[in-house]
Design a protein around this ligand. Structure first.
Ligand code: GLA
Length: 365
């Protein structure tokens, strides 16, 4: 069923506005964004699509495939959006945008939720696009990404960084995005044509709000405070050594500072098509998330071990916030089917591999 069919069958007739926002997969640069560092995500060919028209009854409502149904207050009264609910992700930007007419909407997603592919940012960005379209308002993409992040921070209640919303808004077909979060400069970097990008779902559901994300973020911020820098982007590995007395804070900071260095090295290796170096850096990133940041799970560690031992694998690591979710793998395209078959068989995770295409960013269709 496509979005027009879903609209017709639930609300009848045609929508006035349709928007799509992709999820993302991060190649490297994890938990660096809220320290104004570097990340390297790609928008993907899976995402959230929303269709809307002005509500003739004046009552806002949303029907979605899979998530359920929501009816807003009459008279346009302020909606009550339970924190961490899908409604908060979907409708959180309404108040921040302001002046949006009551809408009836349908939404559909082909992004598995909790799989570390940022269904949350895709939801925020797709809904925000129909809200601004319905209001007849232009919004530049950077402002949109920041507004969606603010909504996730304030309305949903998750203190996330900017990476996911950025990737969803600025995605480019066949490219990953090297992003400097501090300057917001983006360098689209092609993924070699002979390489395939695959998400490997662990089947362990992760939700940032309930995970250690807020606590881990505070631990790393404590490190920055002790080092006397505003963000760990400004710290060197040598400086981090002075934190050795407090093992936990030391390791949290060592992950972030070393991960920033790996992002830059990764970009050079990707441009050079240096598969060995790419693989090495992805494994080092995973080890750092496992041992220093402590956000992987035994299953994700096993997936990385099995995947990296396969001859078709270029690189593999956990991707996203952690505590479950997915791995990202780069494999030789000619051997993609073989890799997926062997990986799923060995780990007994049938159907968990999703071959992906780096895709264009969010848009009104
Ligand atoms: C989640 C957050 C991002 C980022 C990643 C970890 O996806 O939404 O802002 O911090 O985790 O890299």
């Amino acid at each position: 069923m496509n979005i027009h069919e879903l609209f017709e069958s639930t609300l009848g007739g045609e929508p006035t506005w349709v928007a799509h926002a992709p999820g993302r997969i991060n190649l490297i640069g994890e938990h660096t964004d809220y320290h104004e560092g570097f990340v390297f995500p790609a928008a993907i060919n899976h995402g959230v699509t929303v269709a809307a028209r002005v509500s003739p009854s004046g009552i806002s409502r949303v029907f979605s495939q899979g998530w359920g149904e929501w009816h807003g207050d009459k008279e346009g009264g302020k909606a009550v959006l339970p924190p961490h609910s899908w409604q908060a992700y979907a409708l959180g930007t309404v108040e921040l945008i302001g002046g949006v007419p009551p809408l009836e909407m349908v939404a559909m997603s082909d992004l598995p939720a909790g799989a570390g592919l940022s269904s949350s940012a895709a939801t925020e960005v797709a809904f925000s696009l129909v809200f601004t379209a319905a209001k007849g308002m232009e919004m530049d993409p950077l402002a949109r990404a920041k507004l969606c992040q603010r909504s996730e921070n304030e309305v949903v209640g998750v203190p996330c960084g900017l990476m996911d919303q950025f990737a969803s808004v600025f995605g480019q077909a066949d490219h990953a995005l090297h992003i400097d979060i501090r300057t917001t400069s983006i360098t689209p970097t092609p993924i070699p044509a002979a390489w395939s990008l695959i998400a490997l779902q662990s089947g362990e559901h992760h939700q940032l709000g309930d995970s250690g994300y807020p606590l881990w973020r505070r631990q790393s911020e404590e490190g920055a405070r002790r080092l006397g820098v505003p963000f760990l982007r400004d710290a060197t590995l040598a400086q981090v050594e002075s934190l050795r007395g407090d093992d936990l804070v030391y390791r949290r900071c060592r992950h972030i500072v070393s991960e920033n260095l790996r992002v830059s090295a990764f970009r050079e290796a990707l441009i050079a098509g240096d598969a060995d170096r790419v693989g090495e850096l992805m494994l080092a990133s995973h080890a750092s998330m496992r041992d220093d940041y402590e956000i992987t799970t035994p299953r994700l560690d096993l997936m990385v071990e099995v995947g990296s031992n396969h001859p078709a694998c270029i690189g593999i690591r956990m991707t996203g916030g952690g505590f479950g979710g997915a791995c990202v793998a780069l494999v030789w395209k000619a051997r993609e089917a073989e890799f997926i078959r062997d990986f799923e068989l060995e780990l007994n995770l049938p159907g968990n591999a999703m071959p992906l295409r780096p895709s264009a960013g969010a848009r009104v269709l």
